[in-house]
Design a protein around this ligand. Structure first.
Ligand code: MG
Length: 337
């Protein structure tokens, strides 16, 4: 196979503010794997707090000898070899995994949800994320979220309650909240969970720092709302550790190295009785459409990443009636715009 890649900067429609940072762009690396006249597309989206950069991704990708792939279908042989090239680099690894999946699906002429035996109509509704902002902007974004049936809110600041109240002035749709490890005191976290439960919140994502697993388990025993692990779970090996601490996990291709591992994580989470959410970074429709191929397997989808950017390079999965809807195209289902 022939590998090519180029850096690309995703421009965000709104400044994205989390408990710990704010930014207007996301660096990405776009990749292409070509063979037999078929091109598989892949993407590494790298929000700065995760530690990867366009430079680190380029360095990693240069280490990979795509010419050594004799049979691209042998993912169980190729992907572990890619994983062993260097620790970390999960987004760069995901880019290769996505491109390989895209190539295989195109070669077979079928989309991945069909290869996995899934009914795409069973995909859950997807949430639309509203970041921390002034009440005016929050009201505007809530109105913008009209086509979505669930709203996701980033919390973790002293203005959390005000933010929820502001959204509740505009809509009574279900809300999911993501504290991004923002709550350090478990008693306070419990009071917050009770307050949020009374306001139509569905679950809390990563309420406490990942280092505070014992406090999170304490909170889970008492919390009226389910707790979903995000920062506490990166890869397959982390899933079992979550049992008894969280009620479910948030899987993202960019942290787990791609579709192959994500599929395994879903299988393991189900066997352990955990709920599953499928999330994303700000990404183009390339990585979003790849993740969407798995969406019929999960309880909650949070695949709004491509809607939050202004310069999407691809057309792929779309949101129809609040649901991630896949086009009838092979592979991951994308075409270049
Ligand atoms: Mg999160």
């Amino acid at each position: 196979m022939r590998l090519s890649f180029y850096p690309y900067t995703l421009e965000l429609a709104h400044a994205f503010t989390l408990a710990t940072s704010s930014r207007t762009t996301t660096p990405a690396m776009m990749i292409e794997l070509e063979r037999d006249g078929i091109t598989g597309y892949g993407e590494a989206a790298m929000p700065p707090y995760l530690g990867e950069t366009q430079e680190s991704a380029a360095k990693f990708l240069r280490q990979f000898d795509a010419g050594s792939i004799t049979d691209p279908f042998q993912l169980e042989e190729i992907l572990p070899r890619i994983d062993a090239l260097a620790p970390g680099n999960t987004a760069a690894k995901a880019a290769l995994d996505i491109a390989l999946h895209d190539w295989i699906g195109k070669k077979l002429g079928v989309p991945w949800h069909r290869i996995w035996g899934l009914d795409p109509a069973r995909a859950p509704v997807t949430s639309f994320t509203i970041g921390i902002d002034t009440p005016e902007v929050v009201r505007g974004k809530t109105a913008e979220a009209a086509p979505y049936k669930i709203i996701k809110v980033k919390l973790g600041r002293d203005t959390d309650k005000e933010l929820i109240e502001t959204i509740r002035q505009v809509t009574d749709k279900p809300i999911t909240v993501d504290a991004n490890q923002g709550w350090c005191d478990r008693e306070e976290a419990l009071r917050m969970s009770e307050w949020l439960a009374a306001r139509g919140v569905v679950f809390i994502e990563q309420p406490m720092p990942k280092e505070q697993a014992d406090d999170t388990a304490w909170l889970r025993e008492r919390s009226p709302l389910p707790l979903i692990a995000d920062e506490s779970v990166q890869r397959l090996a982390d899933v079992a550790k979550v049992r008894g601490v969280f009620d479910g996990i948030n899987i993202k291709l960019m942290k787990c190295t791609g579709l192959r591992e994500a599929h395994k994580m879903i299988t393991l989470a189900r066997a352990l009785g955990l709920k599953v959410m499928l999330g994303c970074m700000t990404e183009t429709s390339c990585a979003i459409s790849a993740a969407a191929q798995l969406s019929a397997l999960v309880d909650w989808a949070d695949l709004d990443g491509a809607l939050l950017i202004k310069n999407d390079l691809f057309a792929g999965a779309t949101i129809v009636d609040g649901r991630v809807t896949l086009p009838d195209r092979p592979g991951i289902g994308v075409v270049k715009r």
